[in-house]
Design a binder for this molecule. Structure first.
Ligand code: HEC
Length: 117
């Protein structure tokens, strides 16, 4: 089989990847997004962003609704608890030691693109 005959197959496989897998544009957007508030943006940049704007880290991608919508069902306070205490591979306070629960709640609202409100 000639190599260029594979192209439609690859395109079809890429189209199937709609099952929660971010595309390059989603990852680029996650890396560009910042909270509006400068104080929160500083906390986000030095903690959450190191995992949540990186594809393949296992962390739900910032601003990528398909990965946040299922988590939103846990309810905001449960997500804040998990962020504060740590959850599986997610470290306590997301490595932001000066983040309080209100900061974490605002960061989660921002990172989930409003999916968790
Ligand atoms: C060292 C990497 C890392 C950093 C830094 C990090 N996270 Fe996470 N986070 C993860 C991973 C990995 C998961 C997925 C955990 C799992 O479900 O296995 C996660 C999951 C979460 C979840 C979903 C928890 C749930 O109940 O499913 C929230 C909310 C969250 N992170 C918030 C934050 C916030 C806010 C920050 C910054 C203050 C942050 N994270 C920083 C790695 C990180």
């Amino acid at each position: 089989m000639r190599l260029n005959m594979l192209a439609p197959v690859i395109v079809a496989l890429a189209a199937c990847a709609g099952n929660g897998k971010p595309a390059a544009a989603d990852i680029a957007r996650a890396q560009a997004l910042r909270p509006d508030d400068a104080r929160l943006a500083e906390r986000y940049e030095r903690s959450c962003m190191g995992c949540h704007a990186v594809d393949g880290s296992g962390a739900p991608l910032t601003g990528f609704a398909p990965q946040w919508k299922p988590l939103a069902g846990k309810g905001m306070e449960q997500l804040v608890d998990h962020a504060f205490e740590g959850f599986k591979a997610m470290p306590a306070r997301g490595l932001c030691n000066d983040c309080n629960r209100d900061d974490l709640r605002d960061l989660i609202r921002f990172m989930s693109g409003g999916a968790a409100a």
